[in-house]
Write a protein that binds this ligand. Structure first.
Ligand code: MIG
Length: 771
């Protein structure tokens, strides 16, 4: 048992001495406390996961004899001096966590916290299984494991040591800032306890206060950072395959897309574009003129993103290898010699991304790609993965850092994030005013600042479509907003109906890319015949028509860390029905999708939380707080809109560059109170961060005289091409008049809907004479 010997109160820290360790409690940001237990005199620096941190925030410490009470902005903590048992409180003094206990036995540090029977555990990043992570044990160790990602497979490629303990009205988050191989036993050995163990010589814990779930996620992402706005094209639809292995084949795929009028913004070049799998090269026979290829595809509105693996081929005539050797840039073995691994190119060395200089060097190598015309970079195998070792990764005693003092076990989980960071910064240096796009397979907490993440090598099976929802949603609650699985599935042969259903879901998943493994059957939208093609085409077109709404959700993710695709519990935390619900998802604040996860199924049960909902397809109004049986014909993803929502939409185009941006449509779903927003910027530069964006909000309500709506420019910093506005007010019949305060408007009735045409400008409207 640990025990406080002496302690001192500073203005910004409580520092206490234990036997061999020191305890330091600080308030890095409002609403959270950092509790750091480290070997005496060796205070820990935050890992690269941490984005924002203020070591000088004030604390107040009160001595109650048997316990100390630490108070900071928005939180407080009591600490028993005899046992180190802690309780954590929100700003109103409500306990969020009680009985938290750090211990150290036989050199192993452990954090234990009781779990109430009703408490759920969300987060934990990229994990298999359903929404609530209780009842299993998880390991944080980035791993490329080719086995099917079934519920018992753990770990995968990304590690986020972040757990949200959800009890209604008392939500709290625990982030362990520890990149080593930690174990998270979430009520498995002992159903009533969460136990975290680490091989590190102490604990570096951040307790993040709620009491609401959205607040916890917002605070966690203030600490570890948020996704910067991606270029708009990266939110478009993307096609990949291992591999489109020649320029001719890539042209053919793009031609198919254009002829079939299926939108497409990105095409990926998987490993076969290279010369003998040497990164930063092109195969001279199959890709003779990459510049011409990419310029031609760009004229079709399609951008190319090549894959880059960290393994650099051992080849004395290959500059990335010779330079790396000359400067000592590669990871070394325990004897200090460049470590050799085996991947696609044969023998390879691994860049030591732990060194800032290596990250810079690696990033600079990407200039050649940009000069040739690539639009972004896909980082793969960055767990890092090797073929020649049963552990699938580098030896634990491999050496990192300029002086070789960091062993691999200490930095393994950071390797992927570092590679993504190096890549992103390389792209940014070469194109300072463009938004970089990096896609990464591996990562640690904070990866969202550097890259989008796809969930790796899933299978073309229904279970993996189903599992992708809770997986992506828990990643969203773990700070990663820009995520998605391989649509259609990677390993194994896809089938038409599965592709159709998966493409429908993909259309509303933040990252939307169809990808398939070598040796599997083709799975582009048209390969399964005209019926499936038509379903996929419609779904992909919907993605484009919904971009104004999705882009606004992306913007909220970039500002507050608000997940784009999220479980219903995020938006309806008081509803006991939704706590485990993972076969339905909210897309942004006002849209819910309820996909089908089995072949042949044409109806499904849907739970609608309290309030009124509108069936997107039929316009029918449905009461919330209960289940409904709804139609789900193959050509339709069941979608529901919250009554009162105002959704910004446009129309589809073959690529984002061809979107007709002259007019925006706001779809209004009337209710007693209405609200919506539309975020708009140039979609490609960093000007938005300097205030060059527009934020429109719309509010409305109903009174005796009818219905009113008010459009307001909350922020007007961007000279937008959008000059015209169309309001579609759903389900209004028998309107007598529409008047506007400001420029006159045109209006007409279209079936059940009222359509109003107006300029895109602040205004208010009244609809009168409703029945
Ligand atoms: O050993 O580059 O997850 O998307 O197509 C497999 C080939 C290496 C794994 C990636 C996958 C990619 C594949 N890569």
């Amino acid at each position: 048992m640990l025990k406080l010997e002496t302690w001192r109160a500073h203005a910004d820290a409580l520092v206490a001495l234990l036997d061999s360790h020191e305890l330091r409690i600080t308030c890095p940001l409002p609403g959270m406390l950092r509790i750091s237990l480290y070997p005496k005199g060796q205070a820990w620096q935050p890992t690269p996961a941490i984005a924002l941190f203020d070591p000088t925030r004030p604390l107040r410490i009160r001595d109650h004899g048997a316990s100390l009470h630490v108070e900071a902005e928005g939180v407080s903590l009591s600490l028993a001096t005899e046992s180190l048992r802690m309780a954590f409180f929100d700003k109103d003094g409500m306990p969020l966590l009680e009985g938290l206990l750090p211990t150290c036995e036989a050199g192993v540090w452990r954090l234990d916290t009781p779990l109430a029977p009703e408490t759920r555990c969300y987060g934990l990043g990229e994990k298999t299984g359903f929404l609530d992570k209780r009842g299993r044990r998880y390991t944080m160790w980035n791993t490329d494991d080719p086995s099917p990602h079934i519920e018992t497979l753990d770990p995968l490629y990304v590690s986020i040591p972040w757990a949200i303990l959800f009890t209604q009205g008392r939500v709290v988050g625990l982030y362990l800032d520890d990149p080593t191989r930690t174990h998270w036993d979430v009520g498995r050995d002992d159903p009533d306890h969460l136990e975290v163990t680490t091989p590190r010589e102490g604990l570096d814990l951040y307790l993040v206060a709620g009491p609401e779930l959205d607040q916890v996620v917002e605070r966690y992402t203030a600490l570890t950072g948020r996704m910067p706005m991606p270029p708009l094209w990266a939110i478009g639809y993307q096609q990949s395959r291992w591999s489109y292995d020649s320029a001719a084949r890539m042209r053919e795929v793009v031609r198919e897309y254009r002829e079939r009028e299926i939108p497409l913004d990105v095409l990926y070049a998987d490993i076969d574009y290279m010369d003998g799998y040497r990164v930063f090269t092109w195969n001279a026979e199959t890709f003779p003129e990459p510049e011409t290829l990419m310029a031609d595809l760009l004229r079709e509105g399609v951008r190319v993103v090549p894959i880059v693996d960290p393994g650099v081929k051992k080849d004395g005539a290959y500059p990335p290898f010779t330079e790396g050797i000359r400067h000592g840039y590669f990871v070394k073995d325990r004897d200090g010699l460049p470590l050799l691994g085996e991947v696609w190119p044969g023998d390879v060395c691994y860049p030591d991304f732990a060194q800032p200089e290596v990250r810079r060097w690696w990033g600079d190598w990407h200039r050649g790609y940009l000069d040739a015309g690539v639009a972004g970079i896909w980082c793969d195998m960055n767990e890092p993965s090797t073929f020649d070792s049963p552990t699938k990764t580098l030896p634990l005693d491999a050496r990192h850092g300029e002086d070789g003092s960091l062993t691999h076990d200490r930095v393994h989980n950071l390797y992927g994030s570092w590679m993504a960071e190096a890549t992103r910064e390389g792209l940014s240096r070469a194109r300072p005013d463009e938004r970089p796009f990096v896609l990464s397979r591996a990562g640690f907490a904070g990866i969202q600042r550097h890259a989008a993440v796809w969930t790796g090598d899933n299978f073309s099976i229904w279970a993996h479509l189903e599992q992708s929802l809770p997986m992506v949603m828990n990643m969203g609650l773990s700070g990663l907003a820009f995520v998605g699985p391989d649509v259609g599935g990677f390993s194994g042969d896809c089938q038409g109906e599965l592709l159709a259903r998966w493409t429908q879901v993909g259309a509303f998943t933040p990252f939307f890319r169809n990808h398939a493994a070598k040796g599997t059957c083709d799975q582009e939208p048209w390969v399964f015949g005209p019926e499936i093609e038509a379903v996929c085409r419609e779904a992909i077109r919907m993605r484009y028509a919904w971009l104004p709404y999705l882009y606004t959700a992306f913007w909220r993710a970039s500002q507050q860390g608000e997940p784009i695709l999220r479980p219903l519990v995020y938006d309806f935390p008081d509803d006991p029905e939704v706590l485990d619900l993972a076969d339905q998802a909210m897309v942004g604040r006002d849209l819910m999708m309820t996909p089908v996860f089995r072949p042949g199924v044409r109806k499904r049960a849907v739970y609608l939380p309290a309030g009124e909902w509108v069936d997107y397809w039929s316009g029918e109004r449905l009461a919330g707080g209960r289940h409904h049986l709804v139609d789900a014909p193959l050509e339709r993803l069941p979608l529901f809109v919250r009554a009162g929502a105002v959704l910004p939409r446009g129309s589809w185009a073959p690529s984002v560059e061809r979107l007709d941006r002259s007019r925006l449509t706001l779809h209004v779903y009337p209710a007693e109170a209405m609200a919506g927003a539309w975020y708009d910027d140039d979609g490609r530069s960093l000007a938005y961060a300097r205030g060059e964006y527009n934020l429109w909000t719309i509010t409305g309500g109903r009174d005796e005289a009818g219905l009113w709506l008010k459009l307001n420019a909350d922020h007007a910093g961007y000279d937008s091409p959008t000059k015209a506005l169309r309001l579609v007010i759903h389900g209004l019949v028998g309107v007598a008049d529409v008047s506007s305060e400001g420029p006159p408007v045109d209006w007409r009735l279209d079936g059940q809907d009222l359509v109003v045409e107006a300029p895109m400008a602040a205004a208010s409207w009244r609809v009168s004479g409703l029945p």
